[in-house]
Design a protein around this ligand. Structure first.
Ligand code: HMG
Ligand code: MG
Length: 313
């Protein structure tokens, strides 16, 4: 390890030159916190993330406040961060969510589908088909308004109720979201069970079904410690959008066994070590996660945050 807190850079063949990190800490991370985080702290977190060079920062969710009380302050928060030098996607589960997002000037929204029936029911209170029928007019209206749309697909690699998820089922949901007009997909390993062969197989199948790699992002949770290995497999396939959560915050309140996302610092350490540009200042990002851990009253689960913040001790 370098003594300056940076990895040694040794590029490897067959990898992209640049990766766009889709930062989800303020949404996926904070939606799972047991204690309420004050709106001002969330806004400061997002400002610091932008200051660290992150250019896509998922800010909050316009979901039902009873379903995710942690993000019930979306109306207060969003105006405090809009105008930052970063794209600020927000989650919308239905027309009501889109109304709320558009009223505040959101320019980038995400619908969130499931590859399985069980999670569609647990997360959206709908069957899979019903949830897709809800999304269709949401995506159409967002596109008509000139808003960028991301389509998440959860449980792409395994489901806590149903076990292994057939790839064809994942591809069908991905195809439906693309047909609606989603600009990009994000393949969610919600419970962190995927291994790299599965990632390769799904990406290959999606390409075969006409989804181009540049419309695909990957969203790994690190429950089984596989998130970085899976990310590398995706990069080798040509994926250039990777979701990550500062400090490794995260989970999903409606999926048992969903723990933190891939930590942004762990991702940046690997990407910079491979000579892949991200635009992120790792020192500033780590300082942000250390600050956020203080606000939350517990240490960051990110290995890189821990290593860098203890390196002088
Ligand atoms: P429902 O109870 O079926 O809602 O919940 P409904 O459509 O029957 O409506 C009931 C009432 O809620 C109505 O009010 C609606 O207006 C209101 P009433 O007429 O009774 O006064 N309502 C809303 N209010 C505010 N904002 C809204 C909204 N929608 C309806 N958007 C619903 C259905 C989708 C709303 C609910 O299930 C929900 O909010 N779910 C969100 C769950 C969630 O946020 N999960 C976490 C995000 S997904 C995730 O983390 C995975 C991801 O990270 C990828 C991965 O890791 O895999 C993305
Ligand atoms: Mg997630």
């Amino acid at each position: 390890m370098s003594t300056e807190g940076l990895p040694m850079t040794v590029p490897a063949e067959g990898l992209p030159a640049r990766v766009r990190i889709h930062e989800v800490g303020a949404r996926d991370g904070l939606q799972n916190e047991k204690t309420a985080v004050p709106t001002a702290v969330k806004a400061e977190f997002i400002r610091r993330l932008a200051g660290a060079g992150l250019t896509t920062i998922e800010a909050t969710s316009f979901v039902h406040p009873n379903w995710v009380p942690q993000l019930a302050d979306a109306e207060e928060l969003f105006p405090q961060v809009v105008g930052l030098d970063a794209a600020l996607p927000v989650l919308v589960p239905n027309q009501r969510g889109l109304d709320r997002a558009l009223a505040l000037g959101a320019e980038y929204v995400a619908v969130f589908a499931s590859a399985t029936e069980s999670f569609a029911k647990a997360n959206l209170n709908r069957t899979l088909e019903e949830s897709l029928a809800v999304f269709e007019p949401v995506v159409r209206r967002a596109k008509d308004e000139g808003v960028r749309v991301r389509g998440y697909v959860s449980m792409c690699f395994g489901d806590p109720w149903e076990g292994p998820v057939p790839l064809a089922q994942v591809a069908r949901v991905c195809g439906a979201l693309r047909d609606m007009g989603c600009d990009e997909l994000s393949l969610g390993d919600t419970i962190g069970v995927a291994t790299p062969g599965q990632v390769r197989a799904l990406l290959a199948l999606l390409n075969e079904r006409g989804v181009p790699t540049d419309a695909i992002g990957v969203h790994f949770h690190d429950t089984y410690g596989q998130a970085l290995a899976n990310t590398l497999a995706a990069l080798q396939h040509g994926v250039t959008t990777v979701d990550a959560s500062a400090g490794g915050l995260g989970g999903c309140p409606y999926a048992k066994s969903a723990t933190g996302n891939l930590a942004t610092e762990d991702l940046v350490w690997m990407l910079h070590g491979l000579g892949i540009e991200t635009g992120v200042d790792l020192g500033r990002l780590t300082a942000t996660s250390v600050w956020m851990a203080e606000q939350l009253g517990r240490p960051s689960p990110s290995r890189t945050v821990r290593a860098l913040s203890h390196k002088d001790q």
